[in-house]
Design a protein around this ligand. Structure first.
Ligand code: SF4
Ligand code: SF4
Length: 306
């Protein structure tokens, strides 16, 4: 037996990977909590949530089916995200770790910090995943991309176990060669070009690497997240010039759509229009970008093994 296979923490790491893959994840990476603590803004490191945290486990679940990518922006705003499987894999992992290894572990709520309004998360799941080597920051608003899976959704578990860490990715799949070509010809990459509200801008350097990334998130957030809609509707209703206008504002299509989204579940309120991602060659063209490609790869591997 090798020294590595003999190491109980290496064995635990292998068991963690097997567990999350069996629960629908496709990528997992680990980073030590002190490293995240040094980089996260003060008060937003892992120890703010679990004071004795020693490791952060980042998990990625796949993005959309190919059929979803071929559908409309309206459909994408409801089912473009796939955060549901994160609960199954990451929440489940926190129970698995405590039950198997007897070490306190915490599923990081993928939610906002209620002390700071609606835009500041409790933890940056993106930072965890980036440091753990399961995604790299793209020109599309820093959305993480993975060279094999394209777009993933991320979750994190904090644990007091001292697990062997991974490393950030050596290279970034963004921008792809096709994006560099378009940028040289038109001054914009596909994600920048196809965003309907021009949220995204930035530049590539001489070597075709990211030089500057700018994301006007309030344009995107206004379009996608609608946190201020209730206040706006009430305000507009109060100042409406006529009774008919007031009724339209408070009971019309926009108000109905907003209330439906709020009451139909958290997944439905947080999805985006995804036009930037639909245009991205990494997101739709990665070798395992959708279940059709994953199935093909699985059947090919089984055939080669037979
Ligand atoms: S989700 Fe839509 S609005 Fe937001 S950056 Fe992407 S294309 Fe633009
Ligand atoms: S389209 Fe995708 S790969 Fe190309 S620059 Fe934008 S995020 Fe990067």
């Amino acid at each position: 037996m090798t020294a590595q296979a003999d190491n109980p923490m290496e064995q635990a790491k292998a068991a963690i990977k097997a567990y999350v893959l069996s629960r629908g994840a496709v990528a997992v990476g680990i980073i030590d909590a002190d490293t995240v603590e040094r980089i996260a803004p003060p008060g937003f490191g892992p120890k703010a949530l679990l004071p004795q945290a020693r490791s952060v486990i980042a998990i990625g679940v796949p993005g959309c089916t190919r059929g979803t990518w071929r559908s409309t922006a309206k459909v994408m705003t409801f089912i473009g995200n796939s955060v549901g499987p994160i609960y199954r894999a990451a929440f489940g992992l926190s129970f698995f770790l405590e039950q198997t290894y007897g070490q306190p572990s915490l599923f990081v709520p993928p939610h906002i910090d209620p002390e700071y309004g609606n835009r500041i998360p409790l933890q940056s799941l993106k930072l965890h995943a980036e440091l753990a080597g399961i995604g790299a920051r793209s020109l599309a608003g820093d959305i993480l991309l993975h060279p094999e899976f394209g777009l993933l959704y991320y979750g994190s578990v904090l644990t007091e176990m001292d697990l062997p860490p991974d490393r950030p990715m050596d290279s970034n799949p963004c921008p792809s060669p096709a994006c560099v070509k378009l940028y040289r010809a038109e001054g914009q990459t596909p994600c920048q070009k196809f965003c309907p509200v021009e949220c995204l801008s930035g530049s590539l350097d001489e070597a075709g690497q990211i030089d500057e990334m700018v994301c006007d998130m309030y344009r995107c957030a206004e379009m996608c997240q609608r946190y201020e809609t209730m206040g706006d509707l009430i305000h507009d209703g109060i100042v409406a010039p006529t009774e008919l206008d007031r009724e339209e504002i408070l009971y019309g299509a926009e108000a109905q759509g907003f209330l439906y989204r709020v009451t139909s579940g958290i997944g439905a309120t947080h999805a985006q229009c995804f036009e930037c991602m639909r245009a991205c060659p990494v997101v739709t063209g990665a070798p395992l970008a959708d279940p059709i490609r994953m199935g093909e790869a699985k059947r090919k591997a089984a055939k080669a093994k037979a």
